[in-house]
Design a protein around this ligand. Structure first.
Ligand SMILES: Cc1cc2nc3c(=O)[nH]c(=O)nc-3n(C[C@H](O)[C@H](O)[C@H](O)COP(=O)(O)OP(=O)(O)OC[C@H]3O[C@@H](n4cnc5c(N)ncnc54)[C@H](O)[C@@H]3O)c2cc1C
Length: 498
């Protein structure tokens, strides 16, 4: 088969832009179709009344995956984008007045735990060592390559991963594992809450997901100077320099195929021929909206959905020296909170609040003497609930909790407000059911039930982004872009040599 000449990328989320760059590096002509005016999808920002907020992600890990995209073209990432380490990482606030700082410095973090909880320094060292081992056993097999290609099961890294399946703690839940490890409920709650990073439930999700703590604490958390959107700006600049075409305000309406091979896409301007199509949009909506006549693979599409979010973006006319960049106000009953989210399908009255204040690192994000609070709570995905009522309720509960813990009437300090909810996540980024993270990772088979980075049925159709393998979050989206572009390279190079 001849090498493809042109590729249509549907969606300019982080994975779409990254995959476009990688395909451009292979010498292909790449056109990126984006439904919105601005690129970046969930990595958007909110600006108003002198405040700037990151609308979506705020916790940045594995920045080297972003840097790698610049090195592909012989460029230095630092000429385009600046970032720096964050330490302390999180400040955890409990209702009884305890405040625990997590730190990349193991000694310091372990000291903090030993001083403020019933757990020992050794329990933290052991936990961090164990999740590091999990990382080494899972990274290459489960994250760096396709899980859906037979040949990938025949080599040593995969064989080793499979032989060590039991060692990566897949057979018990995060909560069961953490209950065994730690004595203090505060410590258990701190580590259990990493399940929320991909919209899952720590009482169901396999303990393998404790590995997320390794990314955040040991490998480290970073701050993107000027906000997370500067990553998108930097990648866009690089992409335009490399000759990638972006078509904003141009939603793709249909993927065109003939027989079982992709032939192009249709927008409002008509059909356009492409040799390869890559979908960076929600996998569910790729099938439902863009391939309406095609029999969708139920196995991948009918998995339980991740949770979603309500985020309050508040301009606050005061500074709080006791707060940091990342603050977590924990619920008093995590079990009840997750039961509400995943079984009762409604928000909990005492929610865990992740509050990011980027003005702590980026002074221009708030006027002098003010702070920009992005207060995020987990909520169920959208299944037609009365969100207006629930937002009002959540606002009351979040304000009451923050006011209680900070000993101040927070509502009186709000001078700017914007709100994100599951309906808006859907409208703004075309996320099915407003589920921020696609499928939940609540079973030990979840990794295998995410959609592959290629279509098993339609030739030359590929997938990248948070709803495809290996999953959501900036680092995994960047890996999905890498895997999809490698599959495209492999397919055409091997076909050519036959
Ligand atoms: C509130 C929030 C907090 C988060 N926190 C973190 C965090 O701290 N750390 C982290 O790593 N991750 C976090 N995430 C997750 C992370 O943001 C996502 O996993 C990631 O950005 C998804 O990128 P993507 O490539 O899948 O594309 P998306 O961001 O989903 O973008 C898809 C793009 O496709 C476009 N599109 C849709 N349909 C069409 C169409 N028919 N034609 C053309 N274009 C179309 C959309 O407009 C959109 O721009 C968070 C997400 C949210 C919402």
């Amino acid at each position: 088969m001849k090498k493809p000449k042109n590729v249509a990328m549907i969606g300019a989320g982080i994975a779409g832009i990254a995959a476009a760059l990688r395909l451009r590096k292979q010498g292909l002509e790449v056109t990126v179709f984006e439904a919105n005016e601005k690129l970046g999808g969930k990595m958007a920002e909110v600006i108003g009344n002198g405040f700037r907020f990151d609308r979506g992600p705020t916790v940045l890990t594995k920045p080297e995956y972003v840097e790698e995209l610049f090195s592909l073209f012989g460029k230095s990432a630092s000429d385009y984008w600046k970032h720096k380490p964050v330490d302390p990482i999180f400040k955890y606030f409990f209702e009884d007045g305890t405040v625990i700082n997590s730190s990349r410095n193991r000694e310091q973090f372990a000291d903090e735990i030993a001083e403020k909880t019933a757990d020992s320094k050794e329990s933290i060292f052991k936990f961090l060592d164990d999740v590091e081992k999990t990382h080494h056993l899972t990274d290459e097999v489960f994250l760096q390559r396709s899980l859906h290609q037979f040949k990938n099961y025949l080599d040593w890294p995969t064989a080793r991963g499979i032989l060590n399946f039991g060692k990566v703690d897949v057979f018990r839940s995060m909560n069961t594992a953490n209950q065994k490890r730690f004595k203090d409920q505060k410590v258990i709650d701190i580590f259990n809450r990493y399940a929320s990073y991909n919209g899952s439930n720590p009482y169901w999700a396999p303990a393998t997901l404790n590995v997320i703590a390794h990314y955040e604490i040991t490998l480290g958390t970073y701050f993107s100077e000027g906000g997370i959107y500067t990553i998108i700006d930097a990648l866009k600049k690089l992409a335009i320099e490399q000759g990638i075409t972006f078509r904003s305000n141009t939603p793709v309406k249909e993927i065109i195929y003939s027989g079982n091979t992709v032939t192009g896409v249709r927008t409002d301007s008509g059909q356009e021929p492409f040799d390869v199509v890559v979908s960076n949009i929600d996998v569910y909506n790729t099938y439902k909206q863009l391939l309406p006549e095609f029999k969708a693979p139920k196995r991948f599409l009918e998995q339980p959905r991740s949770s979603s979010v309500i985020v309050f973006y508040w301009g606050i006319q005061r500074e709080f020296p006791e707060l940091g960049l990342h603050n977590m106000f924990l619920t008093d009953d995590a079990k009840a909170e997750y039961q509400h989210l995943f079984e009762l399908n409604k928000p909990y009255h005492d929610p865990t609040i992740h509050m990011t204040i980027s003005s702590k690192m980026n002074a221009s994000d708030a006027p002098a003497g003010c702070e920009n609070w992005a207060a995020l709570i987990s909520v169920p995905h959208d299944s037609g609930q009365d969100w207006d009522e629930w937002i009002a309720e959540a606002r009351k509960n979040v304000l009451a909790k923050l006011s209680r813990i900070l000993n101040t009437d927070v509502e009186k300090l709000i001078v700017f407000e914007d709100i994100l909810d599951p309906r808006k996540v859907n409208v703004e980024t075309n996320a099915a059911f407003g589920a921020v993270f696609g499928n939940a990772s609540n079973s030990m088979f979840s990794a295998f039930l995410r959609h592959p980075n290629f279509s098993p049925k339609i030739e030359n159709l590929f997938f990248c982004g948070g709803t495809a393998h290996p999953g959501p979050g900036i680092p995994l989206c960047l890996l999905s872009a890498k895997i999809a572009s490698e599959l495209i390279a492999e397919k055409f190079v091997s076909r050519q040599s036959k």
